[in-house]
Design a protein around this ligand. Structure first.
Ligand SMILES: [Zn+2]
Length: 75
């Protein structure tokens, strides 16, 4: 199966034609990299930190609806 990505959403044309499993593995790898980077307390404001914040915003947007919001940490 080949991943179909409507529009390119910032992906290079070659990424659109990668097999879905390979694309999923790359997405997971990139997400893990960004999470590790953000947790490493590197210099704030670097390009990887900016990518982390963009990805986090998109992945958590579903929780912006108060009904769907997860409980705050520690509750
Ligand atoms: Zn950084």
């Amino acid at each position: 199966m080949v991943a179909f990505v409507p529009g390119n959403h910032g992906l290079s044309p070659s990424a659109i034609l990668w097999p879905a499993a390979a694309l999923s593995a790359i997405l997971r790898e990139q997400l893990e990299y960004l999470i590790d980077h953000a947790g490493a307390r590197t210099e704030a404001g670097c390009p990887a930190c900016a990518r982390y914040l963009r990805v986090r915003s998109v992945l958590l947007e579903i929780f912006c609806n108060s009904a769907d919001a997860p409980p705050p940490p520690g509750k």
